[in-house]
Design a binder for this molecule. Sequence first.
Ligand code: ZN
Length: 204
Amino acid sequence: MKIVCIGRNYGDHARELGNAVPDEPVVFLKPPSALIPRNGPINLPAFSTDVHHEIELVYTIARRNGRAVADKVTIGLDLTARDVQQELKSKGLPWEKAKSFDGSAYVADAFTALESFPSSGHTIEFMLKKNGQVVQSGHSGQMIFPVDALIAHVERYMTLEPGDLIFTGTPAGVGGLADGDWLEGYLLGELLFELAVEGPTSQR
Ligand code: ZN
């Protein structure tokens, strides 16, 4: 199973980090070891002092008639060591140290089949609260590249297999996490996860 992630897929988020809106999807990977166990907690790594939350729609991949398709949707967190990422970006280096560390991804376990939506153009709303305040909200209609276009683009480079996950980018409002924070993720108004944040407990 692989975890494919898309960067800068919401114009308001690309702009808040001072990035140009891309003319093709920005793609990176997380390893399976990035996944946070069910119900958490989030353990902040010691190598960063600025780990950001990014709430995202996450789709599972299925294959039908020889083609990869989005099958089910949920929400997840793409945790990003923003200080590390800025340094890597400034040197033109890949982002793995900032994006792919153990504990850098959470995926809610309640998936909704896309078939259950009335049309493929249905708008899927999602939201993140930190300590009871809404910090990020968005919907699928705001994506620069919709999920079908993302899948087609990724498959130009690598095969997507059944059970693979694709994180589809985050809307504006990303921000830092601290020991004691409490996160709640919502999909279509329904609370799908609650996670505690704990400060660094290891030397990593
Ligand atoms: Zn992201």
